[in-house]
Design a protein around this ligand. Structure first.
Ligand SMILES: C[S@@+](CC[C@H](N)C(=O)[O-])C[C@H]1O[C@@H](n2cnc3c(N)ncnc32)[C@H](O)[C@@H]1O
Length: 212
């Protein structure tokens, strides 16, 4: 669990500047999420690894209720200070622990730039299936593994030093296979590029539906 403590501490340090840093991955993922979910309506959304709340306001507009979880006290404190929507509840929680939600109660689960910090996708898909209603949606927006193969990692500058976070690489086929093995059908997959560089996709967007 040492590596998860390191990730948590790194985000506690990053929280102060996370919103202000130039960060194309953060910004492009926000667009991908909106493109995937725009026009849809949900009852209960679980936003897992909400960070400073970059996507929380949008999710509160397309959902009746949002439960937003994160294990970094500083990231979630920042989110709380920014988001005043009455239908949002922030919960400080490690996603590897049990989630405080009734079985089959959520109809949307969102992971934005989080799963690169979680080694075991099996457990995440299993818990997502349990928490979702039938036909509930599971959105994943991640740094594309092609970028990871070339060495790109979540990182930030702290006192003129570059801090790199502990990350795990999940191949596209791993997301697909793990989803299918846990009762999901893939409804949409997008590969999203920077405007100025069409060579390697930056963000992988996936939308699954719970079918079993
Ligand atoms: C790159 S940030 C993304 C935040 C936000 N979703 C966004 O797109 O801006 C990753 C977030 O995941 C959280 N996180 C990573 N591993 C986690 C875990 N095991 N449990 C809870 N939160 C976790 C971090 O604290 C951090 O806030």
């Amino acid at each position: 669990m040492q590596k998860y403590t390191e990730i948590q501490s790194a985000y506690d340090e990053w929280a102060n500047i996370y919103d202000e840093n130039i960060n194309r991955t953060r910004d492009l993922e926000s667009l991908v999420l909106k493109q995937m979910l725009q026009g849809k309506k949900f009852d209960l959304c679980l936003e897992l690894g909400c960070g400073t709340g970059k996507n929380t306001f949008f999710l509160s507009q397309v959902s009746s209720r949002v439960q937003a979880y994160d294990f970094s006290h500083q990231m979630i404190t920042k989110a709380r200070s920014k988001i005043s929507a009455q239908n949002v509840e922030f919960i400080e929680l490690n996603l590897l622990q049990p989630w405080p939600v009734l079985d089959a109660s959520a109809d949307l689960i969102v992971f934005s730039l989080v799963l690169e910090h979680i080694e075991d996708l099996q457990e995440i898909f299993k818990k997502s299936n349990t928490a979702l209603t039938k036909k509930g949606k599971l959105y994943i927006g991640e740094l594309h593994p092609f970028k990871q193969y070339l060495g790109t990692k979540a990182r930030f500058e702290n006192n003129d030093q570059i801090e790199e976070l502990v990350t795990f690489t999940h191949h596209v086929s791993e997301y697909m296979d793990t989803g299918v093995n846990h009762g999901f059908t893939l409804k949409n997959l997008t590969e999203n590029f920077d405007d100025d560089n069409n060579q390697i996709p930056r963000i992988l967007g996936l939308l699954f539906e719970k079918t079993e």
